[in-house]
Ligand binder design. Structure first.
Ligand code: AHG
Ligand code: MN
Ligand code: MN
Length: 338
């Protein structure tokens, strides 16, 4: 992008507000604060061993996962950045057991922020792309105070969603319900610069992403879909497929946003009582919103992710998202299986 015509995140938000009149000042502030926090996380990620950010923190989160130092650091950065601005009522995070209220000493806003502070934790120590995922809801109703109940809204009610991928470049991907914009972090000026607006996911693809090591645990519709991809040109699909699995959802979704593809983290027999591995409210919902805004689809194999009404903050869900024709096919296979 020509340096003379560089558009910063701030300018983008101001222009969106002018053009569509639908981005309240508080939401704009919220996005800018989250983006600034992501910049701080990007700096910590980049320091690696020099910043003593690698390795485990010797604590567990509410899901029973051992926390990495960066899980804890990223969570603290996001909480501290967001609690004093007056734009939020409360926050929720993969790394916090329950909701975090804005302390009494600060004014309260009407937004609710949810995040996966560090996505792809298993990739931190091996220097592979990781990220931050966030979702913004508005507190509905006028009851005083905030409870977990206020968060339990279907994803279609999100006021905004985004992720930041910390890879060879740090990229912030944002939707406010009006398409998807990409910003690249300019490390010299410290600003997020608009590098793509109106991102679109191709409808068709020859690339799938799934953790193949779980193949023996899958349900028949998922097995059928992947078997057909693997059969390639000689099989039912009549074309060869390629496979990618970064094991950081942000990185896999970012590839799909860039060149198409389908991502699956289905239910499997390892933990039959859990619908899936990924979390609905701060992983699946924000990604589903972004993917739909870019012309793709996102389901749990049967239902549109954004229509699911959550019953718990840390609820899990099966995820199929990406190029619309492939997601439709996987969803049809589930429906045919009954
Ligand atoms: P997190 O690091 O926030 O716990 O999320 C990890 C998730 C997701 O990013 C990725 O797609 C998936 O776990 C990888 O799972 P496998 O370990 O089964 O590959
Ligand atoms: Mn995650
Ligand atoms: Mn995480």
């Amino acid at each position: 992008m020509n340096s003379v015509r560089r558009v910063s995140l701030t300018q983008y938000l101001v222009e969106q507000q002018r053009a569509h009149g639908r981005i309240p000042g508080e939401l704009r502030l919220l996005i800018e604060v989250v983006a600034r926090a992501c910049k701080h996380i990007a700096i910590a990620v980049n320091k690696g061993a020099l910043g003593d950010v690698l390795g485990s923190a010797a604590t567990e989160n509410v899901q029973g996962e051992v926390q990495k130092k960066l899980d804890v650091i990223a969570n603290e950065v996001l909480v501290e950045a967001n609690q004093w601005g007056g734009h939020l009522a409360a926050m929720a995070s993969e790394e916090m057991d329950s909701i975090h209220l804005v302390p009494d000493r600060y004014p309260q806003g009407e937004y609710l922020l949810l995040f996966d502070p560090l996505d792809g934790s298993s990739n931190i120590d091996v220097n592979v792309s990781i990220g931050t995922i966030f979702s913004v809801l508005r507190k509905v109703g006028h009851a005083r105070g905030v409870t977990e109940e206020d968060f339990l809204q279907p994803g279609r009610q999100q006021a905004g969603a985004g992720y930041c991928v910390y890879g060879p470049q740090s990229t912030l991907v944002l939707t406010l319900g009006n398409g998807v914009a990409l910003f690249t972090l300019d490390r010299e000026t410290g600003s997020w610069v608009l590098t793509q607006d109106g991102a679109r996911i191709p409808e068709d693809t020859r690339e799938f992403a799934i953790n193949m090591s779980n193949l023996r645990h899958w349900a028949p519709p998922v097995r059928r879909y992947i078997d057909e991809c693997l059969a390639g040109r000689e099989g039912a699909r009549g074309k060869d497929f390629n496979m990618r699995w970064v094991a950081s959802m942000v990185a896999d979704v970012h590839r799909i946003l860039t060149r198409g593809g389908v991502f699956l983290y289905p239910w499997d027999r390892r933990e039959p009582d859990k619908p899936g591995k990924l979390r609905l409210m701060y992983e699946a919902n924000p990604m589903a919103f972004i993917v739909e805004q870019a012309g793709g689809r996102a389901t749990d194999g049967r239902r549109r992710i954004l229509d699911i009404v959550p019953t718990r903050l840390h609820e899990r869900v099966a995820v199929v998202l990406g190029s619309s024709n492939e997601v439709r096919r996987v969803t049809e296979y589930h429906q045919q299986a009954g």
